[in-house]
Structure formats: structure tokens, C-alpha cells
Write a new protein. Structure first.
Length: 522
């Protein structure tokens, strides 16, 4: 009709057509779509006025493109959606240009530009609303693009609302992507609520997992509470199984236990979803592991990342069992055997002391016998001068032998025996105490996860040094003269190596000799 109208009648026909369209889209019954379809209105009929210049819209109660955009939404179909997308892209470009020009020119020009931006916003809001009215999945891509590229806050909110109202599973991924990428907290909350309105929580969860796997998103880039709100199952489902979502997240964490980035994300979601209740998390992990027959290695990786005393308790119990079975029990057995060896050594030292005493008493008795016999024969007076001289020699020699064997030498031997026993006990006590200290220190670091190869090497070095010290203590006790000096020098050398100190250097560049050590000592 408009095309056939004479030029002078075109404005009136256009106004009438526009009025008819406005009346049609504002009627509740019959439905606007039926009115427009029965009237034969097609999307192509609306195109000219849809892209009418914004400058010519000033003073209109409702911008003409807004009316026609709403009509397109009621008509529906891919042609209508394509026109609405084209309109949104066109208005987006005008909006960007207007934003750049807003601060240019005099106050009148700036005011005019501001009014233009207001009109642009109104049309874009109506265009997005028209896409929602279409109730077509074909509108999802257009709305998703608007959500990503449009710079207008209200238009983005409208696009979020439209995607949520469409409720299609195709709307899930664009909303999830926007939820993770968006920096504005208000928009994030709006996106989360829009996703919450989509019923299929498992599909939302699966698409979240797929997106996290592909996107490379880190844990610190997620708002865990909003993500969980978005994919939370309905109340009716949670009434049947309160841990439905927790189980889903544990399953996702178990599948990706080797990927540190994803494991950190899923464990964080698990903690937040369980309100950081370690007991609940541990209980669900144990149950999930038994039902799905998950290996302890995988569950251990999840527990470590989750943390918390209750969650880590099974892991700590296992560590304590391993420590007891493979370290503390062997060490205890070794210490018991060492104690037996030392006790046997001390017993033999005591036995040596008693043996020496018995031998010396026997020698004394023999000497007394010879002295008495010699004295008796001398007193009898039946001997020649030579015989008397010989007996006197025996008498005097026997006395000297008794004095040396029972007085001087036995005292020296007893002193040596007592010294041996005392040093053996001291060396034994020192050795056991130091080994136990080193062992318990090692156990502490092992349970706290602070052990490394350097710590193991250090512990082994200290035990070795302790053993050498005990051995040399006993050697020094049984040595004298040059041997004593050698043993002391060797002990000093071991202490220097074990403590990490550098040996003193003489002025000629050689290693300085320890005090009292002969120059040719190794």
C-alpha cells in the first residue's frame, strides 16, 4: 500500500501503517502475532522504518524503530531475527561513535549528542526485548553477541534477562562464559540468577566443566558463590539428595586430578558448596570413593588440594601408619639390638675387670707361698751361704713381684677397667639419645610434609657422625701416646665435616693441623 501510494499521500499512509502496527503490538487479544500475520505483514515491510535515522526521531513518544522492532519480535522467524541483529549491530556502532563525540563541541552539541544516545539506548532495549518475545533459539547467538560486545549497562542486563527467559540449553554456555568473563559484580549477579532459572542443572554443570577445561580459567578468576548459585539443582532435588552438586563436583575433580589448574577450581567449588565443612567433605569423599571404586592415590590428591584437618585425617593416618611401619619400628628394633650389644660389651668389660682381679689374687697367693717357704728355710739354718743367698733373692724378688702385681699393676688395671666401663656407658647413652633426637625430628618433618632429600641427607650425616663419635670415644679410652693424638685428630675431623665448618688453613696454604697433632699424621 505504501509503495503504491502517491508521493503526497505517503506520509499519511506511513503514519496510518505505523499506528496500526502500534495498535497491533499493544493488543492482548487476539495475539499480536496473529494480527500481523493475518494482515500479511512481513519483516521486509518493516525494514525501511526500522533503520530510520535517529536524528529524525526527536520528539516522538516511542521511536519508530522500537515499534517496528517489537513487531518483528511478534512475527518471529529467522528473517525477523536477522533484521533485529543487524539493527543492534548498527546501533552499537552509532553508540560507540556517539561516546567518542560526546565530549567534543559546545554545550548545545553535547546536549544533542546525549539525547541521541538516550534514543539509541531505548531502541536497543526494545530490540533485545523483541528477540526475547520471538521465543526462538535462533535469537541466542544474537543475544550472546550483544552481551559480549555492547557497552551499555542496561542493554547488557536486558540481554541477560532475555537469555534467561528463553531458557534454552543453548543459552547456558553464553551465560556461563559471560559470568566468568564479566567484571561488573551487578551483572555477574544478574547472569547467575538468569542461569539459575534454567532447570537442567546437570547440563549446566557439564557445560561448565567443558568450558573450564577449554578456557584456561584460573581459580582466582571465578566467583565461586555465583557459579554455584547458577548451577544449583532445584530445591525438590536437593530435598532428596542434599549433596547432589557436591558429588558432581567431586566426580569432576577426580577425573581431572592430574590437572592442577582444574583440580584447584573444583576443590574450591567443593569447599564453598559445603560451606567449608571438613566433616561433610570428608564423608562425601569417602562415600564417593567406595561407591565409584576410586583409588586411594586419586582421593589423596583431592584431599591434599582441599585441605582441612578432617579432610586430611585419612591421609595423615596413612602417613602415620607408614612412618610407624617403615621407620619407627625398624629404628626401635635397631635401637633395641644396639642396646643389647652395648650391654653385652659392658658385661664383658665387667667380666674382664673381675678376671684381672682373680689373676692378681692368684699371683699374690703364689708370691706369699714362696716368701713363707724361703723364710722358713732361712730360719732353719741348715743352708750353705750360696743357698741362703739364693733364698734371699727369691724372698726379695717374690716381695717385689707381689708389690708390683697386687699393688701397682692391679690398681692401674682396675683404673683402666673402671674407665672402660664408664666410657662405654657414657658413649652408649650419648649415642642412643642423639639417634632418638634425630629420628623424632625426622618424623616431625615427615608428618608435616617438610622433608626433602637435603633433610634426609642431613639426618643420615648426623647419625653417621654420632656413630663415629661413639666408636672413637671407645678407641681413645683404650689408646695412649701417639694413638691418642691420632684418634683425637680424627674425631676433630669428623666433627668439622658433620658441622659444615671449614678446616683452618695454615699460612702456606696447607690445611692446619689440629692441636698436638704430629705433622706427619694423616
Amino acid at each position: 500500500m505504501l509503495e503504491k501510494a502517491k508521493p503526497e499521500f505517503k506520509p499519511k499512509v506511513q503514519a496510518t501503517f505505523e499506528f496500526a502496527i502500534t495498535e497491533a503490538i499493544n493488543k492482548a487479544s487476539p495475539a499480536p502475532k496473529q494480527i500481523l500475520t493475518d494482515a500479511g505483514v512481513k519483516p521486509s515491510h518493516l525494514r525501511p522504518q526500522l533503520f530510520k535515522k535517529v536524528e529524525s526521531l526527536e520528539g516522538a513518544a516511542i521511536p519508530t524503530p522500537s515499534i517496528y522492532a517489537t513487531a518483528l519480535g511478534h512475527i518471529g522467524g529467522q528473517e525477523a531475527i536477522d533484521l533485529l541483529c543487524e539493527l543492534l549491530n548498527n546501533l552499537q556502532e552509532q553508540q560507540l561513535a556517539g561516546e567518542r563525540q560526546e565530549s567534543v563541541g559546545d554545550s548545545a552539541a553535547q546536549e544533542a549528542q546525549l539525547k541521541k544516545l538516550v534514543i539509541l539506548e531505548r531502541i536497543m532495549l526494545d530490540a533485545v526485548g523483541a528477540l526475547r518475545i520471538s521465543e526462538s533459539e535462533g535469537a541466542v547467538d544474537c543475544l550472546a553477541g550483544t552481551l559480549v560486545t555492547n557497552i551499555n549497562f542496561r542493554v547488557k542486563r536486558q540481554a541477560i534477562d532475555a537469555l534467561g527467559k528463553l531458557g534454552s540449553t543453548r543459552c547456558i554456555l553464553p551465560l556461563l562464559e559471560a559470568l566468568i568473563a564479566e567484571k561488573n559484580e551487578d551483572l555477574q549477579a544478574k547472569i547467575s540468577e538468569a542461569l539459575k532459572g534454567i532447570d537442567d542443572w546437570q547440563e549446566k554443570g557439564n557445560q561448565l566443566v567443558a568450558h573450564l577445561t577449554k578456557s584456561g580459567v584460573r581459580r582466582d578468576q571465578l566467583n565461586s558463590k555465583l557459579v554455584l548459585t547458577a548451577i544449583q539443582p532445584r530445591k525438590e532435588l536437593l530435598a532428596q539428595n542434599p549433596h547432589l552438586l557436591t558429588d558432581f563436583l567431586i566426580g569432576a575433580a577426580v577425573k581431572q586430578f592430574k590437572d592442577k589448574r582444574l583440580l584447584r577450581i573444583y576443590t574450591e567449588l567443593i569447599k564453598v558448596n559445603a560451606n567449608n565443612n571438613d566433616s561433610v567433605i570428608n564423608e562425601q569423599l569417602e562415600r564417593f570413593g567406595k561407591e565409584k571404586k576410586i583409588s586411594e592415590e586419586i582421593l589423596q590428591a583431592v584431599r591434599v588440594e582441599i585441605g582441612g584437618e578432617e579432610t586430611l585425617r585419612p591421609l595423615l593416618n596413612k602417613l602415620e601408619e607408614n612412618l610407624l611401619e617403615y621407620f619407627q619400628k625398624p629404628i626401635d628394633k635397631l635401637n633395641t639390638e644396639t642396646q643389647s650389644v652395648w650391654k653385652r660389651t659392658i658385661f664383658l668389660a665387667n667380666l674382664g675387670f673381675v678376671t684381672r682381679l682373680i689373676i692378681n689374687v692368684a699371683i699374690f697367693v703364689i708370691g706369699v707361698y714362696f716368701m713363707i717357704d724361703s723364710y722358713r728355710q732361712i730360719v732353719a739354718g741348715n743352708l750353705t751361704t750360696e743357698q741362703v743367698a739364693a733364698l734371699m733373692a727369691v724372698f726379695i724378688g717374690g716381695g717385689a713381684t707381689m708389690f708390683y702385681s697386687f699393688i701397682k699393676f692391679p690398681l692401674s688395671q682396675m683404673r683402666q677397667a673402671v674407665t672402660d666401663v664408664g666410657l662405654a656407658n657414657v658413649a652408649f647413652i650419648s649415642y642412643i639419645h642423639r639417634v632418638l633426637q634425630i629420628s623424632h625430628t625426622f618424623s616431625y618433618f615427615y608428618l608435616n610434609g617438610d622433608i626433602n632429600f637435603e633433610e634426609i641427607k642431613s639426618a643420615a650425616s648426623q647419625i653417621e657422625s654420632n656413630s663415629h663419635g661413639a666408636i672413637l670415644t671407645l678407641k681413645i679410652a683404650s689408646s695412649d701416646g701417639e694413638q691418642v693424638q691420632f684418634d683425637k685428630a680424627l674425631l676433630d675431623r669428623i666433627e668439622i665435616v658433620s658441622s659444615g665448618r671449614k678446616p683452618a688453613v695454615s699460612p702456606n696454604g696447607d690445611e692446619a693441623q689440629p692441636e698436638n697433632q704430629p705433622a706427619n699424621t694423616p
